[in-house]
Write a protein that binds this ligand. Structure first.
Ligand code: ADP
Length: 226
């Protein structure tokens, strides 16, 4: 479903970020991408989100070279991918419920669907009792669970999470990973980057290790080895 074909990325200022990366990710896989800071993990995700263009090579999603899509189609493509970031990126003056509902409104979904889907997703991320709390009234782990709810509310094919547990303590980290696993089991492809050895080793899923812009390991049932 996702295929990176010999992707090289050099930023405009000449910084090399990816070097001849070839990899494929199948539907419903759970993939962790690990590597030192600066290894190219975020750049890889940006390529997939079509936020940056490859200097060389191509990125395919369902056999379509996403970097050749016109703007209108790109908008549609991005809807297939839900995103989660280390710093949550919630709207501060909206409640947990409203943050998630807003993503549905932006996608043009009707009110009756919003009213039925948002409570379901809040339960899925174990926040049924915090629906009307604002981000400032939630812990980091709870805020990240709202962000995950928002990322999955429009039923994307893929969730991309860039260091989703980077700001969290071990208990909250564990809970976020359990939710990611649950989402994956429900049929969504999950791609996450992490520095957290414990997370990766506990997962027992595919691990892609990057170093200096290259993929240096790609193991099913992998461990964090650096
Ligand atoms: P990671 O996510 O593994 O920490 P990144 O993909 O963020 O790695 O960065 C890979 C390399 O690209 C690093 O050397 C980084 O400094 C550089 N880089 C990242 N973003 C930019 C940018 N917008 N402009 C120039 N260089 C960048």
């Amino acid at each position: 479903m996702i295929y990176f074909d010999k992707v090289t990325k050099e930023y405009r200022d000449g910084t090399p970020a990816l070097e001849d990366v070839t990899l494929s990710i199948s539907p419903k896989e759970f993939v962790s991408i690990v590597g030192h800071s600066g290894a190219g993990k975020t750049t890889l995700l940006k390529m997939l989100l079509a936020e940056e263009k490859p200097t060389d090579g191509s990125v395919f999603f369902e056999s379509v070279d996403i970097h050749t899509l016109p703007k209108s189609a790109l908008h549609h493509y991005r809807r297939k991918i839900g995103t989660v970031f280390q710093d949550f990126r919630l709207i501060p003056n909206k409640t947990a419920y409203e943050n998630i509902a807003f993503a549905m409104e932006a996608a043009g979904r009707p009110d009756d669907e919003i009213e039925s889907d948002v409570p379901y997703i809040l339960e899925l991320v174990n926040l049924g009792d915090k629906a009307h709390h604002f981000p400032s009234q939630l812990s980091g782990g709870e805020q990240q669970r709202v962000a995950i709810g928002r990322a999955i509310i429009n039923q994307p094919d893929v969730i991309v999470a860039d260091e989703p547990t980077g700001n969290l303590d071990p208990v909250n980290t564990y809970e976020i990973i359990e939710i990611m696993k649950k989402i994956n089991e429900l049929g969504t492809t999950v791609i996450l980057t992490t520095h957290n050895k414990g997370v990766v080793d506990a997962m027992g899923k595919r691990v892609i290790t990057m170093d200096k812009g290259r993929v240096i390991r790609d193991d099913q049932n992998g461990h964090y080895i650096l």
